[in-house]
Write a new protein. Structure first.
Lengths: 306, 520
């Protein structure tokens, strides 16, 4: 098991390096001169040139990439071109917010999605089943920036139960987490439902029932765990959606996370910031994927890693 | 419907003016204490006066750092950290007497040395201050005594005092700057009414009352500048009471907010003019008749009434009215027949329509994309076919900023905020032929020798009355030449809760809390 983990972590290195190179190249290909944007609307040419030199953009591309990687390995991601603050400071302020939002979104998605899916599966083709799937479809179809605003309108403005924007207290996390988790909850619900239905049809379930086990026990101990495996896959895949959906949720709820930082960085061509943020996200993906794979081994005793 | 809109618009404007101009006869006395919260659309970028560029950052900085002279909300230049100024007969030597007994928030005394340090810092190319060009005519700054400094310019420079009111010239503590270096920009130290408390990146900047302030102390204990990028969420936060002030309220929400209890909307002028500039060096707009035809074809009043819900002022000059040097210039009323006549004269008709590509930004200025679409529709009525093209703003600036040989833009929309409150900044940078990109911002490549001469004279003439006349002449020529489609000057639409009193909305797009207080 440990050898497997070590191997996966080693494999992560070329992946992250590849991502670093791709984002490095892409951000320089986008039209728009970062020095010009940094210098502002009201800047003379010599000023723009000076800024370009500061950013190191006058050096050959490979030199820029080499120095980027070299510095990154030492933990130095440079300074944000726009704010002049070290990129690590910008990231450090934002990463915890994105982590808390993504985890909260995931918790909402899994709790709501799995419960909904199981309820649907237990009473397939009934009114409850149809209702749950309809709500799931609605949650999936609603764009985040709309559903978020609707939730703010209802719960913050009209009812006054929850705060509208900000990060001050744990309560502030509720609306953004629900907004973010809704679409993923819908997908998890459908996946859980179909997976459960399939498992409930299998032979060993028939055997368990034939043995006289209570239905509750059949579902909890036998069906559920087996149904979980495809669901875990979906959850792992949805991490991408959650992380990127976080960008829109962060904008609507004024949640200061990496998503918004990344978008603003792209709009201002803040190369160091964009490169570092994408690297962080890529690393997060790699680690989440590893974690999901390990989770299989925990849930399914048939799975072994060498 | 249009009349109703016009009536509502005038009521709103009157109400806004009344609100900002006077406290009213039965105004309650200000109470001390409390935390006021304002929602901005973007976070502060860099908290250093010399290198900041955007309005939200400057709004925060101007609570913390003060300039030698201030631009009042009425557009007048008044001494602030300076007490008085004299200028030599040849117009090249300025002597400023400075206020005494003033200290920075870290205890460093504000004196002539500190003033010299700050001005030289902006002038130093190594600082990379984007505002260096505002005071680049200064050749030397010298200390006469502890409270007197002397500036020498290479030629008489009339806009100097106005330029010294710009936020980029904020006086900051030399001790803090020397000690912190590049990290100063995260914890600014000035002489202002408020002191810096904290900056939670992406979330808010908090400032607290400076109890050692040299003038009238603030009423509020603390002001928080929060970041709420989404317009809808910002409004919702205002309505829910999480914030007291929300900037950039979409014009269509004004009616609804005014009717909501506990809320009010202030519509105030800004110094920002919105226009469409023509590239006058490339066909078809080398022909003045076509430029004039478009000016006659565009119904600016209708655009303001519909797209902006009446919250803007149709331009009657290339600069906004509260800019020093402004005077109304006879312009182009909506006149479809004259537009059609000019087109025919130039050889165009419905069978052979004038075609052009119209570049515009999206989301940069209030309802910019809608305004561009309105112009397209209005132009079509006289048979002008405009193709709209938009870009994300970073790319847009890069595209419009190319030198003349590579710049194939035909017409483009832009806004210009004359933040010094002085006509030189609003005219010289945009119309003088020495300011063609990449050197300056005359991206329409306008060139008129008489205008050049007038603008040059306006810079070196110290007497304001004389300057007003010079600029009036220059603006008349620019308008006759139809260098732009002169659209409107934007209004700032700000949502304010009734508990928030004494909030000042400055035309330079700064919401100031120096005299604000919370009504319980």
């Amino acid at each position: 098991m440990w050898a497997y983990i070590a191997k996966r972590l080693l494999l992560a290195i070329p992946v992250v390096l590849g991502v670093a190179f791709v984002v490095f190249a892409m951000v320089r290909v986008i039209p728009g001169d970062p020095a010009q944007i940094m210098a502002g609307e009201a800047a003379t040419e010599e000023f723009v040139e000076a800024i370009r030199k500061d950013m190191g953009l006058d050096r050959p591309l490979l030199t820029q990439f080499a120095s980027f990687v070299g510095n990154a390995l030492r933990g130095d991601f440079g300074r944000s071109v726009r704010s002049k603050a070290p990129v690590t400071i910008e990231l450090r302020a934002r990463i915890p917010n994105t982590i808390s939002l993504t985890i909260a979104g995931l918790v909402v998605a899994v709790a709501v999605g799995v419960s909904a899916g199981v309820i649907s599966a237990i009473r397939p083709y009934s009114l409850i089943d149809a209702a749950v799937m309809l709500v799931a479809l609605a949650g999936l179809s609603m764009p985040v920036f709309w559903s978020g605003l609707m939730l703010i309108l209802v719960f913050a403005v009209w009812l006054g139960w929850l705060p509208a924007v900000g990060t001050d207290t744990p309560v502030h996390l509720i609306l953004p987490a629900v907004t973010l988790g809704m679409a993923t909850a819908a997908i998890i619900a459908r996946m859980t439902r179909s997976s459960m239905l399939e498992v409930l049809r299998s032979d060993y379930i028939r055997t368990a029932r034939a043995k006289g086990l209570a239905e509750q026990s059949v579902i909890n101990r036998h069906a559920f765990r087996n149904a979980l495996i495809p669901v875990i896959t979906v959850v792992g895949l949805q991490m991408g959606t959650l992380l990127s959906g976080a960008v829109l949720t962060e904008s609507v709820f004024a949640w200061p996370g990496i998503g918004r930082l990344l978008v603003e960085g792209i709009l201002t061509r803040d190369y160091p910031l964009v490169q570092a943020s994408v690297l962080v996200v890529a690393l997060a993906f790699v680690l989440v994927n590893l974690f999901v794979d390990l989770l299989y081994a925990v849930v399914d005793p048939r799975i072994h890693y060498e | 419907m249009r009349r109703l809109l016009a009536l509502v618009a005038s009521l709103v404007l009157l109400g806004g003016v009344g609100f900002t101009a006077s406290a009213g006869p039965a105004a309650p006395a200000p109470t001390r204490g409390g935390v006021m919260i304002i929602g901005h659309g973007t976070d502060a970028v860099i908290l250093d006066s010399a290198t900041a560029t955007d309005a939200p950052t400057f709004t925060i900085l101007e609570h913390l750092a003060e300039t030698l002279f201030e631009l009042t909300a009425e557009g007048k230049v008044r001494p602030r950290l300076a007490l008085s100024q004299t200028v030599s007969p040849d117009g090249k030597t300025w002597t400023f007497r400075l206020r005494t007994g003033v200290r920075f928030h870290d205890g460093t005394p504000f004196d002539a040395e500190a003033a010299k340090f700050n001005l030289e810092r902006v002038l130093d190319p190594a600082t990379r201050s984007p505002w260096r060009f505002l005071i680049s005519r200064i050749q030397s700054v010298s200390v006469v005594d502890a409270s007197t400094i002397r500036l020498v310019t290479d030629a008489p420079f009339a806009p100097l005092l106005a330029h010294l009111t710009h936020g980029g010239m904020g006086m900051q503590s030399p001790t803090a700057i020397r000690r912190l270096g590049a990290d100063y920009a995260r914890q600014p130290v000035g002489t202002g009414v408020f002191k810096f408390k904290e900056w939670v990146r992406g979330d808010r900047v908090s400032v607290t009352r400076n109890d050692d302030y040299w003038g009238d102390k603030a009423f509020l204990d603390e002001v928080q500048f929060r970041v709420i990028p989404d317009d809808g969420a910002r409004l919702a936060a205002l309505e829910a009471g999480s914030i007291h002030v929300a900037v950039r309220v979409p014009p269509r929400e004004i009616e609804r907010l005014k009717n909501a209890s506990g809320l009010g909307v202030e519509v105030s002028t800004s110094l920002r003019t919105i226009f469409v500039a023509f590239n006058v060096t490339r066909p078809p707009f080398t022909d003045r008749r076509l430029r004039q035809a478009l000016n006659y074809a565009v119904n600016k009043r209708a655009i303001v009434a519909s797209a902006l819900a009446g919250t803007a002022r149709v331009s009657d000059a290339p600069i906004a009215p509260n800019v020093e040097g402004y005077s109304p210039v006879p312009g182009y009323d909506w006149d479809l027949e004259r537009a059609a006549a000019l087109l025919r004269e130039a050889g165009y008709s419905r069978e052979r329509p004038l075609r052009a590509v119209f570049h515009h930004p999206s989301g940069r200025y209030i309802r910019d994309a809608e305004i561009a679409a309105s112009i397209q529709g209005l132009a079509r009525r006289v048979g002008i076919e405009l193709e709209l093209r938009t870009l994300e703003f970073g790319a847009y600036i890069a595209l419009t900023n190319r030198p003349q040989a590579q710049n194939d833009i035909q017409m483009y929309m832009l806004g210009w905020g004359t933040v010094t409150g002085d006509a030189d900044y609003g005219l010289y940078a945009l119309f003088h032929s020495s300011q063609w990109p990449p050197v300056g911002f005359n991206r329409g490549f306008y060139k008129n020798d008489r205008v050049d001469a007038l603008l040059d004279r306006g810079r070196v003439t110290i007497d304001q009355g004389e300057r007003d006349k010079i600029y009036a002449q220059a603006m008349k020529i620019i308008t006759d030449d139809a260098a732009w489609i002169f659209l409107h000057s934007e209004s700032q639409v700000t949502g304010v809760r009734s508990a928030a009193q004494g909030v000042i909305i400055h035309p330079a797009e700064r919401v100031m809390f120096t005299r604000a207080w919370l009504r319980r």
